[in-house]
Design a binder for this molecule. Structure first.
Ligand SMILES: *[C@@H]1O[C@H](CO)[C@@H](O)[C@H](O)[C@H]1NC(C)=O
Ligand SMILES: *[C@@H]1O[C@H](CO)[C@@H](O)[C@H](O)[C@H]1NC(C)=O
Length: 425
């Protein structure tokens, strides 16, 4: 039996050290139970209700605030891209501090009881300049073919991914961290069909991730996108918004992923705005109806965006082709449940109510209680890093470290009882 020292700040007992025994049977991991079409988190049936939140669109001083509000809405995971251009602004210059401190972002997620879906690209789109690629890629070889298996491009990709995984490896679920899924490329089937490229990316990522997290793809919900986005031995997921019938749309995913849990990796509660357009809005009634349908199918979902934030500097991207050019505005508010400034909207509360309704309801399809989407019983990891100065509860916050050291029982720690804290907003 080994143990972990957790320094927990509790009301009136700041700096209390809780020695949490961890049974050797505690096994961290994230995998798929194909027989029952579900995920297994640490061996137990699980599904996520996640929200996208990109660290590079919000100053780090606000990261914890946004995550707490996401957790309070009932989410149990967040999803973020990793932006190559931010971390490697020049070929010989790496940047991992300040607003680029990905590791700190992961630490905070873990402390705030949120799992992480990581999308390291290398291409991310994300409505960012050059889809997150560093500009200097264009200054190397004029014949370099981006997003293909061209070795002139792949040499840089390998260096970038190596740096990323050196940072995030300890945070993979199998190593006790919050990262349960790692996405390969980004909606690649909408761009090209170089399967040598996607297979090579899979192999590089697999070398780094092993079985410590699940590799997945995300593609548009149509057969053409999936045909080229599908990567053998990588879990296929799709994305779609409120204009689609979830039940019918998941049948498209089933063409390429006949078994395993249903996943919508980008469910759009709002939309992006280009210059010259009116501010784009998505009706919250449509959002809650659609989310309700997705959840009632037992699917896992990531809401894109839950908090959009801001495209600082010249980081906004553009859509277009030979005939059109539609640049994105600086704001990435996205009509998301949390505004650009981080404030909850009426949509936030409506979404929270849909998620709350799903909890503990009965899954008639399988004839047994559906797994709670909540995280009760999920075990914090060995990598838990304490930030006393941050976890000090405000009035009404209760911090509990419940230790169960009874033989084979794994430890149970409930860090926050915080859902009520946002009731008054
Ligand atoms: C738990 O694992 C550690 C390290 O492998 C070992 O030293 C210890 O004896 C084990 N304890 C039990 C109770 O099996
Ligand atoms: C979606 O399609 C299914 C199957 O055709 C149907 O039963 C369901 O009512 C539709 N849902 C909505 C919200 O229209």
């Amino acid at each position: 039996m080994w143990s972990v020292l957790l320094t927990l700040a509790a009301t009136g007992a700041l700096g209390e050290v809780v020695n949490v025994p961890v049974n050797n049977d505690t096994k961290f991991g994230f995998e798929i139970d194909y027989a029952d079409n579900q995920f297994l988190l640490d061996g137990k049936p699980f599904r996520y209700v996640s929200g996208s939140f990109h660290y590079f669109r919000t100053p780090r001083q606000y990261w914890r605030d946004r995550m707490r509000k996401m957790r309070a809405a009932g989410l149990n995971a967040i999803s973020t891209y990793v932006e190559w251009s931010l971390h490697q602004p020049k070929e010989d210059e790496w940047h991992w501090t300040g607003d680029a401190d990905l590791v700190e972002f992961l630490n905070i997620a873990q402390e705030e009881d949120l799992l992480v879906l990581l999308r390291p690209g290398p291409y991310i789109c994300a409505e960012r300049d050059f889809g997150g690629f560093p500009y200097w890629l264009l200054t190397r070889d004029p014949n370099m073919r981006l997003r293909t298996n061209d070795p002139r491009y792949m040499q840089y990709v390998e260096k970038y991914l190596t740096e990323v995984f050196n940072k995030v490896k300890p945070y993979l679920r199998g190593n006790g961290g919050p990262i349960i899924m790692v996405q390969v490329e980004n909606e690649y089937g909408s761009y090209a069909c170089d399967t040598d490229y996607t297979s090579r990316l899979r192999d590089i990522m697999k070398q780094n991730v092993g079985n410590n997290a699940l590799l997945y793809t995300t593609d548009g919900s149509n057969v053409n996108a999936l045909r080229c986005g599908y990567i053998p031995r990588v879990y296929t997921t799709i994305d779609f918004g409120t204009n689609m019938n979830a039940t019918k749309t998941f049948q498209v995913m089933r063409l390429y992923q006949p078994r395993g849990p249903l996943v919508n990796s980008e469910f759009y509660p709002g939309w992006l705005t280009h210059w010259q357009e009116p501010f784009q809005r998505v009706n919250s009634g449509a959002v809650t109806r659609s989310l309700d349908e997705i959840l009632s199918l037992g699917a896992s979902v990531n809401i894109y965006m839950f908090h959009g934030g801001t495209n600082f500097g010249y980081t906004s991207g553009a859509n277009g082709d030979e005939n059109s050019f539609s640049p994105h505005i600086t704001s990435y508010d996205y009509d998301a449940p949390l505004t650009e400034a981080g404030d909850p909207t009426p949509k936030y509360f409506e979404i929270r109510n849909v998620i709350a309704k799903t909890r503990g309801s009965c899954d008639s399809a399988r004839g047994r209680p559906r797994q709670s989407v909540g995280l009760r019983g999920r075990q914090p990891s060995r990598n838990f890093k304490s930030h006393q100065e941050h976890v000090r509860p405000k009035s009404g916050g209760a911090l509990r470290g419940t230790t169960e050291a009874t033989g084979r029982e794994p430890r149970k720690i409930e860090l926050w009882k915080r859902t009520a804290r946002f009731e008054g907003i």
